[in-house]
Design a protein around this ligand. Sequence first.
Ligand code: ADP
Ligand code: MG
Length: 553
Amino acid sequence: MNMNPLPALDAPIADLLLLLRQRDLPTALRAALARIMEAGNAEGASLCFAARRPIQLRLGHLPAAALTTIEQWEHSLLSRLEQGPLYAEITSQAALPSGHMLVKMPLSGPDTVVGNVVLLLPPDQQLNEYQFDALRTLCHVTGNLVSLLQDLTLTQQRLERLGLLYEIGQALASELDLQQLLRTTMQLAADVMNAQASSLMLVDPTDSNYLIFEIAHGVKRDQLKRYRMPTTQGIAGWVATHAQTVIANQPDNDPRFNRKVDLRTGFLTRNIICVPMQIKGIVIGVLQVLNKANDEGFDDEDQELLLTLASQGAVAIENARLYRNLREERDRIIQAQEEVRKELARNLHDGTVQILAAISMSLEHARRLIDRKHDPEMVIQELNDIAELNNRAIRESRTLLFELRPVVLETQGLGPALEAYIERLNKDKGKAAEVTLDFPQDMPRLSGKVERTLFAIVQEAVGNARKHAKAVEIAVKGRTQGEYLYMVIQDDGAGFDLDKVQAKYETSGSLGLINMRERAELIDAEWRMASEPGKGTRVTVRVPLAETRPEAI
Ligand SMILES: Nc1ncnc2c1ncn2[C@@H]1O[C@H](COP(=O)(O)OP(=O)(O)O)[C@@H](O)[C@H]1O
Ligand SMILES: [Mg+2]
């Protein structure tokens, strides 16, 4: 060999630099080992690179005795590296019975040992100090280059993942179509992780003990579409109930793993990662990715990525759901308004407008009577008729106004409607009484007729209390008890003599109390009013629950 090692190193180092371009670690290492073997005039060579999955290469002729020693050295190195980084490693030599010499040199990265190289020298060939140094330098350069290459590859992968995550984030933020959104998420999840399949399950909104397969990518999706699975089963079920990630690189060793889904689809799960999708700490579903390429298994980086994806996905799903609810709510409001409008038009046409037309005719008649100087008695009679018609028109218009109930009553029900109504009253109440509401949040929707009637009764009773009672507080309460729904409106005001008011009712022209009672009768409810001067007034309506069920949709 050349006594000066440097010229001999020029070519191999230049070669190694070229290898960096390949960007493929095993190929680069194999080529580097070939150069080192050549430079050392060796018959055989081995290389061990301690990556997450160690790369172990053999080149040339290596007899069994050599392999045994090489394996011992590699094993010892790898187990020491498992304990922590190694900052230096000695070179050593071993003579084989055949007279061959084994020379071991560390493969060192920028600051730590990353592997070793062993050369098998022909019998009786010794390395002089220069050759030895030259080979060590070559190993050092190789170690540095492959470490760089590894970092570069990792960085590149991370960049690609970040890029994809960004794309996914963009897609999720702009997509409001739930199904399309979920499909995109799952496809990208599998792509980003270089895996074969992925699926997304959402907690069943009607029963949180079940997960429903919403999207399956890479498996026979038809067999899984809308498949329902109890959360007591499988890794996905465990993730949904514990809100924690599971990585199972050997699923058969994981007692939570359930082959049932595989049997259904004919898919063979080799490894799996499953993460929860959460909104404000509540699990709304799980994401899982299956069969990472090259059987490498999923790692912490995959977990981090999938969790990011899961949280972005969960927010997007929540947005899409809110958007859908909003659209449905808007449609309901439009429909309710349309119905109110039609009813109003019908009532105006059939009632008020007819009466007004009759008034107009009677006025014309009265004018003629006056023109022709008829009997004043006849004119008075005609005017009385007109007054009567006019009163009817007023009553009808009042009823119409009474029935113009708020849209929120139609769309959200009695509770929210009362809440909105009372809030408005309290807002500009001035010196009027404070109105309070006690209505169960979980009260189910009642039939439209019952809700409208109860709302109208509350409006009248609260209106009376505000108008007549001089109360401090008006309490509106709703509750169910036994077979009945009770609605109570109570004030702490002046009260009044109910009998006296009812006795004069015919002549007073007011209809509030009568209207309340008649309306209650229409829904088979019992209406009662209790009042005493100085002790406030209480209106109670009792509706049989059997009457309150909403109409089937
Ligand atoms: N909560 C109440 N507190 C005091 N007086 C009341 C109350 N509710 C009704 N009244 C009395 O009963 C009468 C009849 O009520 P109503 O038929 O609603 O007519 P209106 O409200 O048009 O006067 C009222 O004029 C009032 O004198
Ligand atoms: Mg009144």
